[in-house]
Write a protein that binds this ligand. Structure first.
Ligand SMILES: Cc1cc2nc3c(=O)[nH]c(=O)nc-3n(C[C@H](O)[C@H](O)[C@H](O)COP(=O)(O)O)c2cc1C
Length: 317
């Protein structure tokens, strides 16, 4: 039997399906005391822009029930410093690196992707068209299928690397956004980014985060994210998906695989347990060995067999 954990998502083959999500794992190098970067399926870098970016003013995060709100505002070192300072060290660690990219304008995305094109050691590019924490760009692209289509087509023409497009759960019609990204040339779709939320301090009646709103992540969003992966997998069969949203345990990984994701990304859980991704790889290895199965066989199980899932509206209330 070939490697039971290896997965193929279109042009991208990974040793295993456990990755870390952008913005929750630094540039990977901060986590080497906790995780063998070569042992996880891959890591998504903090979102990279053309120039270094300071992000929003503090406070930028706050805890919420079963999750957190953040409005970091895409703070990063810029693509040049990433390529010259971080990437060589990541290569030395044997990491599978996915470069997460954002911009205010279409051309910003294209310029960053071009700047990455000559660099060695990048397995794929992930476009963040779904960040709710910046005033321009980001989520605006992801919330409009025509803008998604135009942006993805332009970036597609600028890179030969596998192209992942990260979808916004805040989009009015996620399936339409997914279809637009795919038709414009995305090889893989990752979903989901954070949900726009808000927390207000009762004593001051001011938002707890300086930006006002923030992106909700963590276990609180998991059922929403699972439903979205299931929906997109059903609407666009055969399109490789990476599932994201509140994953912290092996049972969460299995849930997303069953919903139709071929790989998953661990986000907020890294803050609670920086070694969680390595642990999940071990647990998934043991799970497959005990059942003599492969990860590939676990993908999409919720779609097989009889039984309709969800009513016309999918829920009551
Ligand atoms: C503090 C923080 C920073 C993030 N920064 C980025 C980012 O730069 N680019 C991106 O695509 N997603 C970013 N995200 C979204 C995560 O990658 C992930 O999609 C989201 O948090 C949902 O997964 P989780 O519930 O496992 O955290 C960020 C999330 C958090 C909590």
């Amino acid at each position: 039997m070939s490697d039971p954990l290896a997965v193929t998502l279109g042009p991208l083959t990974l040793n295993n399906p456990i990755l870390t999500a952008s913005g929750t794992f630094g540039y990977g190098l901060e986590f080497t005391d906790f995780v063998d970067l070569a042992a996880i399926g891959g890591l998504c870098t903090k979102g990279l822009s053309l120039k270094p970016h300071a992000g929003n003013a503090p406070p930028r995060i706050c805890e919420t029930p079963a999750g957190m709100l953040n409005a970091i505002g895409l703070q990063n070192v810029g693509v040049e410093a990433f390529v010259s300072e971080k990437l060589p060290k990541l290569r030395a660690c044997g990491a599978t690196v996915i470069a997460n990219v954002w911009g205010d304008l279409e051309d910003d995305y294209v310029t960053v992707v071009r700047a990455l094109e000559g660099a060695d050691g990048i397995a794929a590019v992930e476009l963040n068209i779904s960040c709710p924490n910046v005033r321009q760009g980001g989520m605006l692209f992801g919330n409009s299928p025509p803008l998604t289509r135009a942006l993805v087509a332009k970036v597609r023409a600028a890179t030969r690397r596998p192209l992942i497009v990260k979808l916004s759960p805040n989009a009015p019609d996620l399936v339409e956004s997914a279809r637009a990204a795919r038709e414009a040339g995305a090889d893989i779709l990752s979903l989901v980014n954070t949900f726009v939320g808000m927390a207000i301090a009762p004593e001051t009646a001011r938002p707890r985060i300086s930006f006002g709103t923030g992106g909700l992540s963590g276990p609180a969003i998991r059922p929403l994210a699972v439903r979205m992966v299931y929906q997109v997998a059903k609407a666009l069969p055969g399109v490789p998906l990476m599932g994201i949203g509140g994953i912290a345990e092996l049972s969460d990984v299995l849930e997303f695989l069953a919903a139709g994701a071929t790989a998953i990304q661990v986000g907020t859980a890294n803050f609670k347990d920086p070694g969680v991704s390595g642990r999940l790889v071990k647990e998934l290895t043991d799970y497959c060995a005990a059942r003599k199965t492969t990860v590939a066989a676990l993908v999409g199980r919720a779609h097989r067999g009889g039984g309709r899932v969800g009513g016309a509206a999918g829920a009551e209330g």
